[in-house]
Design a binder for this molecule. Sequence first.
Ligand code: 13P
Length: 348
Amino acid sequence: MGRLEVSPQGLIDTAHRLVGVGKGLLAMDESTGTCNRRFAAAGIPQTEEARRAYRELIVTTSGLGDSIGGAILYDETIRQQTKKGSSFVRVLTDAGIIPGIKVDIGAKELAGRLGEKITEGLDGLRDRLKEYSAMGARFAKWRAVITLGDGLPSRGCIEANAQALARYAALCQEVGLVPIVEPEVLMAGGHTLERGREVTEETLHSVFNHLYTQNVMLEGMILKPNMVLPGLSSTNQESVETVAAATVKCLLGAVPASVAGIAFLSGGQSAEFASARLNAMNILARSTASRLPWPLVFSFARAIQQPALEIWQGKESQVAAAQDALRHRAHCNHAALQGEYSATMERS
Ligand code: 13P
């Protein structure tokens, strides 16, 4: 492993505790801009105090640790505290939830490639990772986005993002943080499921090539992919079972067996669809014909938080109801890991 200074076993153990014990991850790492956009859409003031209050609502939701093994924070959030003065890192750790941190600084226009993006944040990353580790983070996340469209994605966009993901992952492992590697093939567009599969497969192959080139230990990392879906505006929306089968087949063809686990992003799917599709994949995974080498869990942001955010509306009086909604989604997604989710859970 060359430059790895930390114990590889420590990385493997953390990765296992995150995705190998029948729980999922809660992404609450929206950048300030993204969080403000979601607040604006829900009529919530876009202030630092509102963002803090909302994140306090999330981390203090009782029982969350029953279904959530790790929570991904944002730079502002990892430095914040509850009104009573406990750091969010402390509150999460006490609830049995491992704190993690988003470390990319966003997707910017890719030079010379109209409509495509490259994720930035490698400069100075080693020092930032050390700081986050000292603050209690045990894993990190970096998101790359791949856009589909006329003539898109380009090979240049896929390769540049895959290389950045691999360099980020190697730096994480060097300081003892488990990297979550997130190449997101976006849902936006009118493409077919087959086109979504093709681009996801090409992207994953490129990502694992670069991870290999950069000496990343796959047992000590987690992949956070999109589900294989038709475009949001495609007239051919496929069944839950078709999406699950296409996603599992694509992953089996592109993801090495040694990867510690796969934790899906939700990508703008409805909360119910995200749970139902994850559930269908775990039913498939349990069938002897397609037994899978990795756990399939969730690392949702919108599909786990959105109902709670809409109920909260920024009002203290709505906190308990919003926490109920968050707990409910966490519970539904936890059931989906066992293949035990059903639409009747939504009515109860
Ligand atoms: P969504 O589940 O909303 O796509 O967010 C995933 C993510 O990357 C946040 O960390």
